[in-house]
Design a protein around this ligand. Structure first.
Ligand code: ZN
Length: 248
């Protein structure tokens, strides 16, 4: 069976805010930070081989207020070095360039294969009309938009933007867009995100950040919707992808 990890962050130190760097060093140590900073596509591909990961989705990020900015160009360049790596882009809702034009550039010129958005770090609602241009383009490319849902550890996060029910509008307005609710609305919106699977066939849950032993309790209809739950590790926020995947 092949293992696809849909939720991986690759970044350089210079992309990340002090808030994120402080958290990461406290949690995983200075050495771990150095090793992600020194990461090359070749080293990372070897790591993924050892972890049994066949395909890894690398997520760009546009969250200057909270975690940082991992540019689409960086992710695309990194991923281009290995067929195992799939780049996803991100969007700046406050840019003077319209979100549809940013998305078009990401898909057409950079060859991004999807988008990752973090509304609670960028302070907008997922159904904000300014974002609709990006959704339109992603739908046109028959692609996927991943949304961070649920809580976060980082200061300056505004959790009201991370409610999975806010994706109801997006799912209704873009019925052919694949939408992923990252973390399934952890920890107090599990029921809502699972209900959204029942309501919208174009919705999926990425289980990153949800402890595997809690999955059956948090998602009682896990078996019924097994095709709609996607594996993600949120690496480097976990040390071993393989030991996590073994538990799922
Ligand atoms: Zn993540």
């Amino acid at each position: 069976m092949s293992l696809i990890d849909i939720h991986i962050h690759v970044a350089k130190r210079e992309h990340l805010t002090d808030v994120f760097l402080d958290y990461f060093v406290q949690e995983f140590g200075e050495e771990a930070l150095k090793s992600i900073d020194d990461l090359t596509p070749i080293k990372f591909t070897k790591f993924l081989d050892a972890e049994g990961v066949d395909t890894a989705v690398l997520l760009s990020e546009y969250s200057p207020q909270v975690t940082g900015v991992v540019p689409n160009e960086f992710t695309v360049k990194f991923a281009a070095e290995s067929p195992k790596l799939i780049p996803f882009g991100s969007i700046d809702i406050n840019s003077s360039v319209r979100t549809g034009d940013q998305a078009e550039h990401a898909f057409r010129d950079l060859n991004c294969r999807g988008l990752k958005l973090l509304p609670s770090y960028g302070y907008y609602y997922p159904n904000d009309p300014r974002m609709y241009g990006a959704y339109e383009v992603a739908q046109k490319y028959d692609s996927v938009v991943m949304f961070h849902t649920g809580t976060s550890l980082f200061p300056k996060t505004r959790v009201r933007f991370a409610d999975p029910l806010l994706l109801d509008d997006v799912a209704v307005d873009f019925p052919n867009l694949n939408i992923v609710m990252c973390h399934g609305g952890r920890p107090f919106w599990y029921q809502e995100s699972e209900w959204m699977l029942r309501r919208h066939p174009n919705l999926f849950i990425d289980i990153s950040g949800v402890p595997p032993f809690q999955l059956p309790k948090n998602f009682p209809k896990l078996e019924r919707f097994q095709d709609r739950f996607i594996f993600g590790s949120d690496w480097p926020n976990v040390i071993s992808i393989k030991s996590l995947a073994d538990l799922v």
